[in-house]
Design a binder for this molecule. Structure first.
Ligand code: T4K
Length: 375
């Protein structure tokens, strides 16, 4: 293994080209390529079975799914939505594109997900919703968030972009809150290359989402809402159907990789590996380390650079945090003092390459880089 074989934080799970080609032949023959085609509808049904939720509505990406989930509730312009700054920019952008105001609050130091107490402190008479993120597949404090939401009459929209098929005590993650969104981007465990979904337990919302996704069209003569074009096409749906067959193998291979990474990192002072309680069925989406450089033999940035020199490309998801980006810098409540845990975590986190293309040679190289630091 040498630098001519770089390895990245993510790598798309693609179907066998020959399998895809034969499905493509069928699509070409039918001439039906988008707008709720048969493969699209089949994928929605298969995902709804797998995720054990009454309705899954596919989207052309996770961001449009998130935009639509917020749009569905028709919140008054300028209403506040409480969320985490420790997420991909899409979470905050979806709030802003709906002309709502993101209010960023702190996270729990272990799960790195929204802290319900911080959420409650941020509630004002303008607050309409909470948008928690199951970051890295870590499950949010669902009970705590639900309690705050009920107390103040808030909607809860979960961003489960990292939490595909996660379950808690056998209950699918999409059973909680008012809606759950997923991302099926190429970097995700289950992918349609670009894609996403809203999962909902409510029949009325399923209808609303269906129309919002397709320009608000109710029938040939009626447009009943200000919809968007969020449809997933037949080619991507075909990729999704083929990928559903191979996703269990990909997940298994990541679970084995997790065990190997844990062997390398879990005994090092100041390094924390991701942990899950026994009642959680994991997603295997990311492998984040937290490196406290005041204790550990190396800093996060030292490890990042040393691995990069070996063409092992990690990512510091999510540093910078959302509120350090230009569009959100001016937000009044954001400072190190208001979200201290986020500021601690953002300087410690490193996501290692986490997919089935990480080979024993890469692992060996990572181990030798770590051993060099330990010497
Ligand atoms: N909510 C959360 C919490 C999210 O994390 C995301 C997306 C969303 C919402 C929105 O969902 P989508 O609208 O994206 O469906 C990537 C992904 O593009 C993004 O989907 C993801 N989160 C985010 C965490 O990561 P980048 O800009 O870091 O990706 P990029 O292009 O640097 O790719 C990372 C590595 O993956 C590359 O170094 C190489 C490898 N790669 C990437 C692509 C695109 C490949 O090997 N092949 C590829 O085709 O955002």
């Amino acid at each position: 293994m040498d630098n001519s074989h770089p390895i990245y934080v993510a790598s798309p799970m693609l179907p066998e080209l020959s399998d895809l080609t034969s499905v493509l032949e069928g699509i070409w023959q039918s001439g039906y390529v988008t707008n709720h085609g048969p493969l699209h509808n089949q994928l929605e049904q298969e995902l709804s079975n797998l995720l054990n939720v009454p309705t899954v509505r596919l989207f052309n990406n996770g961001t449009i799914a998130l935009l639509t989930a917020l749009k569905m509730f028709d919140f008054p312009k300028g209403s506040e939505v409480i969320t985490t700054p420790f997420t991909f920019a899409a979470t905050a952008h979806a709030i802003s594109w709906n002309e709502l105001v993101p209010v960023f609050v702190d996270v729990d130091p272990v799960s790195m997900t929204l802290d319900p107490k911080s959420v409650e402190r941020a509630v004002t008479d303008k607050t309409v919703a909470v948008l928690p993120v199951h970051v890295y597949g870590n499950v949010c404090d669902i009970e705590g968030i639900d309690k705050v939401a009920k107390k103040y009459g808030l909607k809860v929209i979960y961003d489960a972009a990292h939490a595909f098929a996660v379950e808690i005590d056998g209950v699918p993650i999409s059973k909680f809150g008012d809606a759950t969104i997923f991302s099926f981007h190429a970097t995700k465990l289950f992918t349609t290359i670009e894609g996403g979904a809203i999962a909902t337990n409510f029949e009325g919302d399923a209808q609303t989402i269906y129309m919002l996704r397709n320009f608000g069209i109710k029938n040939e003569n009626e447009v009943v809402s200000i919809g968007i074009n969020g449809k997933l096409n037949e080619i991507q749906s075909a990729i999704g159907l083929l990928n559903l067959k191979q996703f269990p193998a990909e997940k298994k291979s990541r679970a084995l990789l997790r065990a190997e990474y844990d062997k390398i990192f879990s005994q090092i002072d100041g390094v924390t590996v991701q942990s899950f309680s026994s009642n959680v069925k994991k997603s295997e989406q990311y492998y984040p380390l937290l490196i406290d450089e005041t204790i550990s033999p190396f800093s996060r940035d030292d490890l990042y650079e040393a691995l990069k020199r070996k063409a092992i490309f990690c990512r510091k998801y999510f540093s910078p945090i959302c509120t350090e980006f230009e569009p959100y810098r001016h937000f009044p409540v954001i400072s190190e003092a208001s979200v201290p845990t986020v500021y601690t975590i953002k300087d410690q986190v490193l996501c290692l390459p986490f997919h089935s293309k990480v080979e024993p040679g890469h692992l060996h190289m990572i181990k030798s880089v770590v051993d060099d630091f330990l010497r």
